[in-house]
Design a protein around this ligand. Structure first.
Ligand SMILES: NC(=O)c1ccc[n+]([C@@H]2O[C@H](COP(=O)([O-])OP(=O)(O)OC[C@H]3O[C@@H](n4cnc5c(N)ncnc54)[C@H](O)[C@@H]3O)[C@@H](O)[C@H]2O)c1
Length: 380
């Protein structure tokens, strides 16, 4: 099996998840390549001890990402840093010839995203994908197969969303994700929005227009030093779009929600599709459960499938066992390495988010900001 030597830039929450996935790569069967973490970069040294004590393969620790990008022992990078730095670090990584898995939103705004996309176009030998792991849950992979099979019939409506309650506590101190200069004007759309776009965009559906309702429910927060400061980012976003399916020329409504303040929801990602022949729904709230309703003229009955380990990329886990967040992360990394080696994903829905899909999300979120400002429907 080939080894791809990785550097991690930004050793926060998600950097550790990737490293942990790499550490149990033996979990996956039949992979053409495996990741090896050889270099890490973070603003402060604090996270280095966890990495270096668990990964003897790490030979470089640095606070300067340019040093990591200059390291010839690094083939690919995972970059998980605040949004204001995406453009500079992603474009420098691509120019350095490092394959890139970048975190969403892939640029703080549309202009930054366009700069990254243009840079990638100038370096076609560099493989670039955007992080989004939830569609790798087996129930969602199955929905992908149902979409591809045409079994849905005419699509009546699609709903997708990602709901958190991470900001319910109004006493929680502000951090970079709640500041426009670091997180961006998109607010929650930039933070959680790509997750809600992944499945509909992979299906090939394109939003024609958007009416957005964005809420800033908590306009001030403590700064952690005894003061109260403005908190100007959007907490919750609901988008209603006319969605177009170029394959059938059909148009149907798509409701998108990304909420940081959703009472009762810790980290709920969901998709619901109503079709004239088949309807499907899945939520990570009950991650084994896939519900399917087939309409054949008789009673309309939702069927419940207890999903096991029916993953895009085969693993050692027995088929009846449970799947979780860390498994979704590992499946996403399997998708990245598989496509890097084979030039295409194992299946349509078994691939990571592409630059075209990211660019579409930026057109949507930019139109959503305009819709909110004008209180009207805006063309995407
Ligand atoms: N895929 C997901 O589910 C998911 C979940 C959380 C965050 N994210 C994304 O990951 C990215 C980072 O978010 P996070 O929650 O990990 O943030 P975080 O604040 O936990 O971690 C960011 C890390 O980047 C480091 N950093 C900042 N600037 C740097 C620089 N110039 N060079 C090196 N290191 C630098 C910081 O020191 C920090 O350790 C964001 O784009 C966010 O949207 C994705």
């Amino acid at each position: 099996m080939k080894t791809i030597r990785f550097g991690i830039i930004g050793c926060g929450l998600m950097g550790r998840e990737f490293a942990s996935s790499a550490a149990r790569w033996c979990h996956l069967n039949d992979m053409p390549a495996r990741p090896e973490i050889v270099a890490i970069c973070n603003r402060s040294d604090k996270p280095f001890a966890w990495f270096t004590s668990n990964f003897p393969s790490i030979k470089q620790t640095t606070n300067d990402y340019r040093e990591l990008l200059a390291n010839e022992e690094v083939d690919a990078v995972y970059i998980a840093v605040p949004h204001d730095q995406h453009e500079a670090i992603y474009t420098d990584a691509i120019k350095a010839g490092k394959h890139l898995m970048g975190e969403k939103p892939f640029g703080i705004d549309k202009a930054a995203n366009e700069a990254i996309t243009a840079c990638a176009a100038e370096h076609p030998d560099v493989f670039v994908r955007c992080c989004s792991q939830m569609p790798f849950f087996p129930g969602v992979q199955k929905i992908g197969q149902i979409i591809e099979s045409g079994e849905l019939g005419q699509i009546i409506e699609v709903e997708t969303g990602f709901l958190h309650s991470s900001d319910m506590n109004t006493d929680k101190a502000i951090n970079w994700k709640r500041m426009i200069e670091f997180n961006g004007e998109y607010g929650v759309l930039g933070d959680l929005g790509m997750h809600a776009c992944h499945v509909p965009f992979r299906a090939g559906w394109k939003p024609k227009n958007v009416r957005a309702i964005l809420s800033n429910l908590v306009p001030t927060r403590p700064d952690g030093q005894g003061n109260t400061v403005p908190c100007e980012t959007w907490d919750n976003g609901t988008l209603l779009c006319d969605m177009h399916d170029p394959a059938t020329d059909a148009t149907f409504p798509w409701t998108f929600k990304s909420f940081r303040i959703a009472p009762g929801e810790k980290n709920t990602w969901y998709v619901r599709i109503l079709g004239t022949k088949t309807s499907v729904r899945f939520s990570t709230k009950n991650p084994k459960l896939l519900e399917v309703m087939k309409y054949d003229g008789s009673e309309q009955t939702w069927g419940q499938i207890d999903m096991g380990i029916d993953t895009a990329y085969p693993s050692i886990t027995g088929g009846i066992f449970e799947f979780g967040f860390s498994d979704a992360i590992q499946q996403m990394w399997a998708a990245f390495l598989y496509e890097l080696e084979h030039g295409k994903p194992i299946t349509k829905f078994g691939g990571c988010v592409t630059l075209d899909e990211v660019a579409l999300s930026h057109r949507l979120f930019t139109a959503a900001l305009e819709s909110q400002a004008q209180q009207s429907t805006v063309t995407v």
